[in-house]
Design a protein around this ligand. Structure first.
Ligand SMILES: NC(=O)c1ccc[n+]([C@@H]2O[C@H](COP(=O)([O-])OP(=O)(O)OC[C@H]3O[C@@H](n4cnc5c(N)ncnc54)[C@H](OP(=O)(O)O)[C@@H]3O)[C@@H](O)[C@H]2O)c1
Length: 287
């Protein structure tokens, strides 16, 4: 029930209509009996500063931030948590009496989701596809978790910049590889973890993948963070190779759970969040 004391949380981005976050967070508020509500607000790129003034004026308690604001919002917040300043992007904002602090829960969410499926990541060798927003966050968190990292990205210079930043922060070497089949195949052969953090395979390009079954092996764990669709071409190929697969739902839930923890200081009920996301996907005929 919405009351006179209801605390409001929102996702801002453009577009936001397809987001699963309102279903996920409202389910948690209900399950824990919190007088809170979560809405999705479309904020065009040029309206971001006005929207943030609105957040302060209206006392919106917390935000999730998605495309196209994740990077630009970092410059107009009062403070950045280390999770956001290292990555240079924000996906969560906490409003404490008008002071807005930015966090990034994508990387830690991805690591938590993977560790929940396959155990500790320390000492594993991972190939990460991508150097965009999500990949950047994941790269920092993987190395922080003790992973030996190789980055593969179409635009080589973006991968080089990311590798240099991660190396500078953690003092460990990050390897680079091109996305052509032969080089990628060699890197994947030596890896025990493969993570796709590109938009390849995402609807409508559901038949795209950078690697095929013949390039993967049984001992490999393959995680596609794309969740539209849940069963991507990459994961279908990985199954054909006998590899273990992890879809993008776990990261979605864990980054949301970490955002909830930032806002409320309470532990998030993962099962409730998972259930809500699956119900919403089923309702849309996507599961
Ligand atoms: N599960 C979750 O919780 C979660 C969270 C965040 C994001 N995601 C998903 O992660 C994906 C990436 O999101 P993002 O925000 O990081 O996007 P982004 O910042 O736009 O980055 C896109 C990445 O994909 C690469 N790419 C795109 N098209 C390509 C192609 N045809 N060939 C090779 N590389 C290509 C880009 O390479 P270049 O650098 O060369 O352009 C870049 O590395 C999306 O599908 C998003 O839905 C999932």
């Amino acid at each position: 029930m919405i009351s006179g004391k209801t605390k409001l949380f929102a996702l801002i981005g453009d577009p936001v209509e397809q987001s699963l976050s309102p279903a996920m967070h409202n389910a948690v508020f209900k399950a824990l009996g919190l007088d809170c509500a979560y809405v999705a607000l479309r904020v065009p790129k040029v309206m971001l500063a006005d929207a943030m003034a609105g957040v302060r004026a209206l006392g919106i308690a917390g935000l999730n931030v998605t495309h196209p604001h994740k990077v630009s919002i970092a410059g107009i917040l009062d403070e950045l948590d280390e999770s956001a300043s290292s990555v240079g992007a924000v996906n969560t904002v906490k409003n404490e009496r008008g002071k807005l602090t930015g966090f990034n829960t994508d990387g830690a969410g991805a690591v938590r989701a993977l560790e929940r499926e396959v155990g500790k990541l320390a000492g594993r060798r991972a190939v990460l596809f991508g150097a965009g927003g999500a990949a950047r966050a994941i790269a920092f968190s993987l190395v922080q978790a003790g992973v030996e990292l190789t980055i593969a990205n179409r635009t080589a210079v973006k991968a080089q910049v990311l590798a240099a930043e991660v190396e500078r922060k953690f003092g460990t070497k990050v390897a680079l590889v091109g996305i052509e089949r032969r080089a990628l195949g060699e890197a994947v052969k030596r890896a025990d973890l493969l993570i796709n953090a590109t938009t390849i395979g995402m609807r409508p390009n559901v038949n795209q993948t950078l690697v095929t079954a013949d390039m993967m092996h049984r001992g490999l764990v393959v995680n596609d963070i794309v969740y539209e669709p849940l069963q991507t071409k990459l994961l279908r190929e990985a199954k054909r190779a006998g590899a273990r697969t992890v879809n993008g739902l776990g990261m979605l839930v864990q980054q949301g759970a970490l955002a909830f923890e930032v806002w409320t200081g309470k532990r998030a009920p993962i099962k409730v969040m998972e259930g809500a996301v699956k119900r919403e996907l089923r309702r849309r005929g996507r599961l």
